[in-house]
Design a binder for this molecule. Structure first.
Ligand SMILES: N[C@@H](CCC(=O)N[C@@H](CS)C(=O)NCC(=O)O)C(=O)O
Length: 129
């Protein structure tokens, strides 16, 4: 599998964490959301994801490109059920499903591109790549 990824992407970080947790091997391709106005706007990336967003997970068949972090994680959970990402019981499962679409506060503070942009008037130039 190939994960299109960037350290400032909290959504890609979520998928990367799930892949590591499940022990799935993957190749990482970095798409800087900052460099040169954002590499996600390049034509070759738009072909992969017309929404121009990370993450994108390309499956082993090299054909299917999955987008939307929570949908990718649901796919990983179905395809690789062990070890599970969610607790067995309904109440903690519900709690994790509520929590997981949010960016953890430390992650938001330290790296997220949205956070960085909200603090700079010229965000693409000011955010460290
Ligand atoms: N709902 C999407 C959100 C994806 C998203 O917002 N990705 C951000 C990085 S975390 C992105 O690629 N932004 C592109 C941009 O800022 O132009 C998901 O969970 O995958």
């Amino acid at each position: 599998m190939i994960l299109y990824d960037y350290w400032r992407s909290s959504s890609a970080w979520r998928v990367r964490t799930a892949l590591h947790w499940k022990g799935v091997s993957f190749e990482r391709r970095v798409v800087s959301l900052v460099k040169d106005g954002g590499e996600q706007h390049r034509e070759e990336f738009q072909t992969l994801n017309p929404s121009r967003q990370l993450p994108v997970l390309v499956l082993d068949d090299g054909v299917h490109a999955l987008t939307q972090s929570m949908a990718i994680i649901a796919y990983l959970e179905e395809r690789f059920p062990t070890p599970p990402l969610l607790p067995a019981w309904p109440t903690p499962r519900r709690r994790e499903r509520t929590r997981s679409p949010s960016v953890p506060p430390t992650r938001a503070r330290d790296g997220d591109v949205g956070w960085c942009q909200s603090r700079h008037s010229s965000p693409r130039k000011s955010c460290r790549t």
